[in-house]
Design a protein around this ligand. Structure first.
Ligand SMILES: [Zn+2]
Ligand SMILES: [Zn+2]
Length: 338
């Protein structure tokens, strides 16, 4: 079978190897779609902190069951599945507390262990979600949207809340439209005008503000001086994260979804005065995947605007550089074998 591997930073190549065999407890799957994501781009560029090489990338997957034994989900050969790509241990303190998303021994497909840029993959069947009701594109975007769903659940965002989302990339756009589904008022901040425009016209953001044009003043004006309940960082940019605290109201919370490689600094009196709840949001759990599937089932997510480019797997080694460039206009690049 064919596969694509990241040998070293900035080095992707294709090859062929033997198809995986059937293992007890696992399902053998045919991979139909792989969404390209920020994590893959960081891995490719060599700035993903949890990453080791060589690695087969790809964790945003739509697949079809080839072989499976009896399973509680009732899956059979030929069924379409979504995949929770976080292989958790089930026995550490985080797993026992239901926080499977931050398992101490987590193995994320395409990060800690080989992912979906291969024709077939063997995955523990407990991580599969039946998805016959969705098309393959929808299935492949469940995972990136679940990241946003998890962040919103961390923040306990509810109807009537106001939030700021910093960064209108694929994760930010997911948070924006899921927050609109919940009934929140959404302010978006980015340095990229095109992205801001898309957030408003395609993903229902209420207000968009350029990061360099006095965002604090503008948000104050639009919230009667109160600022917002929750701020979400989806940039992973140190400066953006350190500034984000100023958009949050007294008693609010601040959720770090993006990831920087180094240290962060906050002016303690500023965060103390607001009794800031500062939290990180890592991966997602089954509950978040189910929430996203509900939203997709109701056709309340703009899948069409989200997937901006479709390419064949074969073009990954040559195309990756262009999709990763800072001026790339793509939101989500979707790859397929045919
Ligand atoms: Zn991803
Ligand atoms: Zn665990």
């Amino acid at each position: 079978m064919k596969y694509i591997i990241c040998q070293n930073p900035e080095q992707l190549s294709s090859g062929t190897k033997e198809k995986p065999g059937f293992e007890n407890g696992n399902a053998l799957l045919k991979v139909n779609r792989v969404g390209i994501c920020g994590t893959d781009l960081h891995a490719f560029k060599g700035n993903q902190p949890f990453f080791s090489y060589p690695r087969i990338l790809g964790h945003e997957l739509a697949a079809e069951v080839v072989e499976i034994e009896n399973n509680p989900q009732g899956l059979r050969a030929g069924d379409k599945v979504a995949i929770i790509p976080y292989v958790n241990c089930g026995s550490c303190v985080a797993c026992l507390a239901g926080k499977t998303n931050c398992c101490q021994r987590i193995q994320v497909l395409g990060v800690h262990t080989d992912g979906g840029m291969q024709e077939f993959i063997s995955i523990p069947s407990r991580l599969l979600l039946p998805a016959n009701e969705f098309d393959l594109d929808e299935i492949a975007i469940i995972e990136p949207l679940a990241i946003g769903a998890h962040a919103l659940r961390r923040a306990q965002t509810k109807a009537g809340d106001s939030i700021v989302v910093m960064g209108c990339g694929p994760i930010g756009l997911g948070i924006i439209q899921l927050a609109k589904y919940i009934g929140a008022t959404v302010f978006v901040i980015d340095v990229n005008e095109t992205r801001l425009e898309i957030a408003k016209s395609q993903f229902q953001a209420d207000h968009f503000i350029h990061a360099l044009q006095e965002p604090v003043e503008k948000i104050k004006e639009l919230t009667h001086g109160n600022l917002v309940h929750s701020v979400f960082d989806a940039t992973g940019n140190k400066q953006a994260i350190e500034n984000g605290i100023h958009y949050m109201r007294h008693g609010g919370n601040y959720i770090l979804v993006g990831l920087t490689k180094g240290e962060l600094a906050f002016h303690h009196p500023s965060i103390h005065a607001k009794e800031t709840t500062l939290m990180c949001s890592r991966n997602a759990t089954l509950e978040d995947f189910q929430f996203v599937m509900k939203v997709l089932r109701e056709k309340k997510f703009n899948t069409q605007a989200y997937i901006t480019k479709r390419v064949n797997f074969e073009s990954i080694p040559t195309g990756f550089n262009a999709w990763t460039s800072a001026d790339s206009k793509e939101i989500k690049v979707m790859t397929t074998w045919n």
